[in-house]
Ligand binder design. Structure first.
Ligand code: HEC
Ligand code: HEC
Length: 335
């Protein structure tokens, strides 16, 4: 081996000597999945054509963290949907006003703006409409009325300026609708792109072979009949217990429509970041992801998965963890 002499003689501009490369692993044909999952997660779900959008986002971030939106000044949106914990509090149900708990699990706010409707039962059309609910909910933030919320915010000089900047040319910018619009504008950028998006973007090596095997099982088992699209869910309502009845006292969508056909219908949740957002199901009654997968197989597909199959699907679901933009969610100064 005299190649070092050649290297010395030729100097640094020589191309590196050829090193034998291991045979390439067969490339994954990503295109077969893009019909099911459409494509990578959008970076944001902004409402187009708003010249004061940046100001609305900034105001929305402050409101999101402000406990002044709760009767006792102790609960903010972030109490139940913690932005540094993938948008949840990891409790079956969340403590609200005076520690009271509702009967539903707090879903994540990450990527929620991309869902076709909001709440487990879809009773709000978008994140703006949704944001009006918890502030006045007696067991959540418990403010007595819209005017009282507005009165509180109007008493602070900083909010006068922030609302005026976010809603330019409006004579009374501090309104309940505008508060909801600002919070919504902030939530519309809570996107968590990750490796699965690189994969859907065409990079077949972005997932490990084990994750791709889990993905294939997720597809072939029929999970994607309901959990499809870029959010791996969030596009439709479905009954819990479609094949084998599922015990729950919650009527789901029927509470909203009164239609018997909507009994136990829920929005199919997005599975983005699902390994981080337990416990699971509308009531938070399922503690582990493995158990959620097993129950889905049984009640939604009539399949009894082996432990190895559950583990394989869980491995794929772990690849749905994305990245949180730490600068975007940094807690601002509260007026
Ligand atoms: C006391 C806990 C609590 C507080 C405070 C709270 N939420 Fe929620 N949030 C929940 C629960 C529980 C649900 C699900 C309720 C349901 O579906 O019936 C929910 C649902 C949501 C959803 C729907 C997500 C989806 O996948 O459908 C969004 C978005 C949301 N909250 C944002 C907010 C915002 C913004 C605030 C502040 C204005 C807020 N929440 C305050 C507990 C809370
Ligand atoms: C027929 C439609 C349907 C099929 C098929 C289906 N799911 Fe679901 N999935 C749902 C619905 C509806 C919920 C919400 C149920 C509830 O909360 O009561 C859900 C909830 C989940 C959850 C919990 C999400 C959360 O945030 O709590 C996981 C995990 C899940 N599904 C995974 C799977 C897997 C894995 C498969 C395939 C083995 C699958 N699902 C098949 C409709 C479906």
């Amino acid at each position: 081996m005299k190649s070092w002499i050649w290297l010395l003689a030729l100097g640094c501009s020589t191309p590196a000597p050829e090193v034998p490369t291991p045979p390439p692993t067969p490339a994954v044909d990503v295109s077969k999945y893009t019909g099911i999952f459409q494509g990578p997660l959008p970076a944001r779900w902004d409402r187009a054509g708003d010249p004061a959008l940046e100001q609305k986002v900034q105001l929305g971030r402050i409101l999101y963290y402000d406990p002044a939106l709760s009767l006792n000044n102790d609960i903010s949106c972030n109490s139940c949907h913690q932005l540094d914990r993938f948008g949840v509090d990891n409790q079956p149900t969340s403590p609200g006003h005076q520690g009271q708990r509702g009967d539903r699990n707090s879903p994540t706010v990450y990527n929620a703006a991309g869902h076709f409707v909001q709440f487990w039962d879809g009773r709000a059309v978008d994140v703006e409409a949704q944001a009006k609910g918890p502030i006045l909910n007696p067991i959540e933030m418990a403010m007595p009325s819209e005017p009282e919320v507005i009165q509180r915010l109007s008493a602070k000089e900083e909010y006068k300026k922030l609302f005026a900047d976010a809603f330019p040319g409006v004579s009374d910018p501090i309104t309940y609708d505008n508060l909801a619009a600002a919070i919504g504008a902030f939530e519309r950028r809570l996107s968590t792109p990750g490796r699965f998006d690189k994969f859907l973007g065409g990079d077949g090596a972005a997932l490990t072979p084990e994750e791709v095997a889990g993905l294939d099982l997720f597809v072939s088992s029929g999970c994607v009949a309901c959990h499809g699209g870029t959010l791996v869910g969030g596009t439709m309502y479905q009954k819990i217990g479609v094949v084998k009845p599922y015990e729950t006292a919650d009527l789901g969508r029927q509470k909203v429509t009164n239609a018997p056909a909507d009994e136990k219908m829920f929005k199919v949740p997005s599975l983005r970041n699902i390994s981080k957002t337990g416990p699971y199901f509308h009531d938070g009654s399922v503690a582990t992801l493995d158990d959620a997968i097993r129950k889905m197989g049984e009640h939604q597909l009539g399949k009894t998965f082996t432990d190895a199959e559950v583990a394989s699907i869980a491995t794929f679901l772990g690849a749905l963890d994305g990245e949180v933009d730490a600068a975007y969610i940094a807690k601002p100064a509260i007026p």
